[in-house]
Ligand binder design. Structure first.
Ligand SMILES: C[S@@+](CC[C@H](N)C(=O)[O-])C[C@H]1O[C@@H](n2cnc3c(N)ncnc32)[C@H](O)[C@@H]1O
Length: 310
């Protein structure tokens, strides 16, 4: 287990390459005519999937710990292969705080996760990159100038994690958020700028809202349960006897210096979730019974909803 985490080594089990966004990107990248670079190849399963689909005639695969004879041993973070136009990969994922907590080495970098370092190497060296990344990437605002499309993949991609995962597709044109096409599974949602415009943002001069206040006048269940989209504002009396923690992020009492409009807040929250298919909300580990990721409502979103309802 430790070895697995050390190299961010969770192999891909599912096949995301039949997705229409990937196939459109593959045309753009002229994938079937390219020598495909897989710089973090593990057992080379991504290349095998592409080959099964007739999308890869030639490849160059590397890994610091190869698990297949088609994969050459190389530390590609230190010595990235050059001269390839198209890269398809699932890079190592390892959060800096998780590395620190486990006493693992972490590179000297501005990034907070190893996958961002790996992605930067890929993007610096290849015009076209397709990468399986944490679903939170779409909200991180990183490398969006090169992002062509993003797919939130809720089908089981990794057999041994349960981590929210997305497929990020990049090209060589320096673009605008208006062009970034967003998909929730098979459903096309719109472009990222349209989605971002639908997020209720706090208003300067809006009512003061304090979270985790034991004497609050409203309640917020800020985390989905394992069954469905269940985040909601509630009457604070429902939380009578619940001791809020100063750093709690899941169930809280809030003090709103203004009207308390539970029903209207919940309507606004439901409309935002339906419009954006939750893509702008933080994920929590695990897929709900209705097939979508569990989400969390952060305090900025809750404050934005309260301000916009007025
Ligand atoms: C998340 S796994 C994915 C493997 C494969 N791409 C797949 O999807 O099944 C990441 C891989 O990156 C490799 N890796 C980690 N650090 C590396 C480095 N510095 N250079 C090359 N490979 C590295 C690990 O050994 C692991 O096989």
């Amino acid at each position: 287990m430790r070895g697995k985490r050390e190299n961010g080594r969770y192999y891909t089990a599912g096949n995301p390459f039949g997705h229409p966004a990937f196939l459109a990107w593959a045309e753009l990248a002229r994938l079937r005519y390219a020598t495909v670079l897989e710089p973090f190849a593990g057992a080379n399963s991504l290349i095998a999937r592409l080959q099964e689909m007739g999308l890869c005639k030639a490849f160059a695969s590397f890994d610091v710990a190869p698990a297949n004879t088609d994969v050459r041993r190389r530390d590609t973070l230190a010595d990235f292969p050059t001269g390839y136009d198209v890269c398809v990969t699932n890079p190592p994922w390892l959060a800096r705080n998780s590395a620190t907590a486990r006493g693992l080495a972490f590179p000297d970098t501005r990034h907070d996760d190893l996958y961002k370092v790996a992605l930067e190497r890929c993007l610096d060296n290849c015009p076209f990159v397709a990468a399986l990344v944490p679903e939170s990437f779409v909200r991180a605002g990183l490398f969006h100038d090169r992002l062509f499309a993003f797919v939130s993949l809720t089908a089981d991609m990794f057999t041994d994690t349960g981590h929210p995962v997305g497929l990020a597709l990049f090209d060589d044109s320096i673009g605008h958020p208006n062009r970034i096409q967003i998909w929730s599974g098979e459903e096309h949602i719109g472009n990222l700028a349209q989605l971002a415009a639908r997020r209720p943002k706090p208003l300067p001069g809006g009512a003061e809202v304090a979270f985790n206040d034991p004497f609050g006048n409203a309640g917020l269940i800020a985390l989905d349960n394992t069954i469905e989209a269940s985040i909601r504002f509630c009457d604070v009396r429902e939380l009578a006897g619940y001791a809020v923690k100063p750093t709690g992020r899941h169930i809280t009492k809030i003090t709103v210096d203004g009207p308390v409009r539970i029903a209207e807040w919940n309507e606004a929250l439901a409309a935002f979730r339906a419009d954006t298919r939750d893509m702008l909300m933080t994920c929590y580990k695990g897929i709900r019974k209705d097939g979508l990721y569990r989400r969390r409502c952060d305090w900025a979103l809750a404050r934005g909803i309260i301000h916009r309802v007025g």
